[in-house]
Design a protein around this ligand. Structure first.
Ligand code: ASP
Length: 319
């Protein structure tokens, strides 16, 4: 039987519903720790309640702590399964994908319905995650997000629906595989193996979303902040309202890297338009175009790239 380290961090998967009010919250103990007889059929599990937090409370510092803990125990296990709240699951997943250098499977899962709700998906998703973690096919796939019978890569999985159990999708390329009653099937090969070795989280990287008629108030407030980098979800192929251009020139002049993604969830940013605020001009100013990533993932990556104090030009990490 394979040995799996099961790390709980909290989230709806570890919560219960108040049957009178319908509200959902964290319980005194994690309800998943009471299902051992069921999940022990699949693997020899070592279970750790690492955090018991709703995922909006999770920060990159927590992510790094989880990453360091996994690194310290990785050698003793065939794979790792993490349970996590779904709101920020994609950020923790991507952080750990960029942090942990291993060929062994690391799988993260969560639930949209808490432990005592009708149609609760927590135990089912956990079983699927364990099945993926023990599958030989799951080696060398990076960190995997397993929810609702689908297997997604950490880089592209995103929460697309607020309460639907089929919430995690990879809008750009689709899931990398699926879980069936009998099998764990993969249909795509994972091709990205970038890793960033970091010791601390000390950098400040805000994420700003562009909109029609955006004035200078938010970017001017950001200019007054002590930041190390900025990620902007721009418009379409990577364009911004003209009001943003001068403040951004100032940020770049102050040596603050600015990374641009699109607020469109498909396609990539590219320097096409040659008008004030257009992508071509932004690119020529020195703004970094991050292809394929969402704003929240680009922010995680920029944090890590800055933290790793690499010698190469930051542009080269965002192709
Ligand atoms: N708000 C919850 C959390 O992220 C949602 C969930 O886990 O599904 O902790």
């Amino acid at each position: 039987m394979k040995k799996i380290l099961l790390i709980h961090t909290g989230g709806t998967i570890a919560m219960s519903e108040d049957q009178k009010t319908g509200t959902v919250t964290t319980t005194a103990s994690n309800p998943l720790t009471q299902v051992e007889t069921i999940i022990n059929q699949f693997a020899a599990l070592d279970e750790e309640v690492f955090y018991h937090l709703p995922s909006p409370h999770i920060t990159p510092t927590h992510m790094l702590e989880i990453g360091k803990y996994i690194e310290s125990r990785m050698d003793d296990f065939d794979g790792i399964v993490i349970t996590h709240g779904t709101d920020t699951l994609e950020e923790t997943a991507y952080f750990l994908d960029l942090y942990i250098a291993t060929k062994k499977p690391i799988v993260i899962t969560g639930a949209m319905r808490s432990s005592n709700e009708i149609g609760s998906d927590g135990l089912y998703n956990l079983i699927c995650a364990i099945r993926v973690a023990i599958a030989d096919e799951s080696y060398e796939k990076g960190l995997l997000v397993v929810m609702n019978d689908e297997i997604h890569t950490a880089a592209y999985a995103t929460k697309t629906a607020t309460s639907n159990v089929a919430t995690f999708k990879s809008p750009q390329f689709g899931p990398i595989g699926m879980v069936t009653k009998q099998d764990i099937c993969f249909y795509h090969k994972w091709i990205s193996y970038e890793k960033y070795k970091i010791e601390n989280i000390s950098k400040q990287v805000p994420l700003l979303k562009a909109y029609a008629g955006m004035d200078k108030s938010l970017i001017n407030a950001i200019l007054k902040m002590n930041i190390d980098g900025l990620v902007i979800e721009g418009l379409g192929q990577g364009n911004l309202p003209p009001t943003m251009v001068d403040p951004l020139k100032q940020l770049l002049h102050n040596n603050i890297p600015v990374v641009l993604v699109s607020r469109s969830f498909k396609g990539v940013v590219q320097p096409t338009y040659d008008y004030l605020g257009g992508g071509k001009q932004l690119h020529e100013m020195g703004i970094i175009f991050a292809k394929r990533l969402t704003g929240q993932k680009a922010r995680i990556k920029l944090l890590m790239v800055l933290e790793a104090s690499l010698n190469k030009d930051i542009h080269s990490y965002f192709n």
